[in-house]
Write a protein that binds this ligand. Structure first.
Ligand code: IPM
Ligand code: MG
Length: 354
């Protein structure tokens, strides 16, 4: 079980350090894990002049699973676009063909008060967002900033999905729906965009292979509204890269904090990259206040999806539930009456619970 650890930028190294402690504990208890480290994003640019250098690429290709913190920071925003940290993240997703992005939004009962929505709207919430991750307007060509014939500058991108790209993510989503409540909602903008009209057509076609799953369709604007109006109507959501990017951030807020949301990005063979859904939070980097739970929960997803270690996955998830029940909170989920802890303090509590 070769795991490549990519701490990244900002709070990345701090939160990843706590998740690594969890991996090392499992290793000590007999799981044959082998850990290696490499830079990605701004850290990689600083060291190698590229956000996804050959050194990292080689180790990433050899690994069975990858644990990532987060990338990006204001000091890199003025670099040429191909050198920016975010390009490193997009490059590794594309290079390893990690097209299936799973973003669960689960409300832990103890955090109901931390959500910006009323407890009765979010209590019991358990949604799985399946986001296509290697296509769409993120990668479509042509793209760029140019001067048009009238002499005016313009920016342009291309929203594009091939049939095979839609089919494979559809199978991932239907497969997950089969293991859950057999309800799948495909989110599109088929009333305006041909690309997503085609998406919908293929979803309907793939649904024939999963007669037990109830497939519904929703326009993305409505889905954004329904997520805050009545989020519990959803079980599994499947959508393209950009809609999934936006809706998963929105869904995270239902759960109290984006600091709680893990993710898995899988290829056809369940090799995966695991990362928290949140960013590098440069404003709180180095202060030992960031919430490491999304990264620790990403380790649980790694154990489940790449290593088929369901018991170990649940052990980690139960440890997180326990520390929440014990009242430990990082600043982002703190409420009066609970105990505020630092990043390392939260790591200590999870280790003790493990
Ligand atoms: C995410 C992030 C990335 C994305 C950025 C950092 C490139 O927002 O993983 O959701 O847009 O995919
Ligand atoms: Mg995002």
């Amino acid at each position: 079980m070769k795991v490549l650890v990519l701490p990244g930028d900002g709070i990345g190294p701090e939160i990843v350090a706590q998740a690594v402690r969890v991996l090392e504990k499992l290793q000590a208890d007999g799981l044959p894990l082998e850990l290696q480290h490499a830079p990605l994003g701004g850290a990689a640019y600083d060291q190698y002049g590229s956000p996804y250098p050959d050194f990292t690429q080689k180790l990433a290709r050899e690994a069975d699973a990858i644990l990532l913190g987060a990338v990006g920071g204001p000091q890199y925003d003025t670099l040429d676009r191909p050198l920016r940290p975010e390009r490193g993240l997009l490059a590794i997703r594309k290079d390893l063909n990690l097209f299936g992005n799973l973003r669960p939004a689960i409300l832990y009962p103890e955090l109901a008060g931390a959500s910006s929505l009323k407890p009765e709207v979010v209590s019991g919430l358990d949604i799985m967002i399946v986001r296509e991750l290697t296509g769409d307007i993120y990668f479509g060509q042509p793209r760029g900033i140019r001067t048009n014939e009238a002499g005016e500058r313009e920016g342009f991108n291309t929203m594009l999905y091939s049939e095979s790209e839609i089919r494979r993510i559809a199978h991932v989503a239907f497969g997950i729906a089969m293991k859950r409540n057999k309800k799948l909602c495909s989110v599109d903008k088929a009333n305006v965009l041909e690309c997503t009209e085609f998406w919908k057509e293929i979803m309907i076609d793939v649904a024939k292979e999963y007669p037990e799953v109830e497939l519904t369709h929703m326009y993305v604007d409505n889905a954004a509204m329904q997520l805050v109006r009545a989020p519990k109507q959803f079980d599994v959501i499947v959508t393209g890269n950009i809609f999934g990017d936006i809706l998963s951030d929105e869904a995270s807020m239902l759960t109290g904090s984006i600091g709680m949301l893990p993710s898995a990005s899988l290829d056809q063979n369940n090799k995966g990259l695991y990362e928290p859904c949140h960013g590098s939070a440069p404003d709180i980097a180095g202060k030992n206040v960031a919430n490491p739970l999304a990264t620790i929960l990403s380790v649980a997803m790694m154990l489940r999806y790449s290593f088929a270690q369901e018991d170990a996955a649940q052990r980690v998830e139960n440890a997180v539930k326990k520390v929440l029940a014990q009242g430990f909170r990082t600043a982002d989920i703190y409420e009066p009456g609970t105990q505020k802890v630092s990043t390392t303090g939260m790591g200590d509590a999870v280790l003790a619970a493990l």
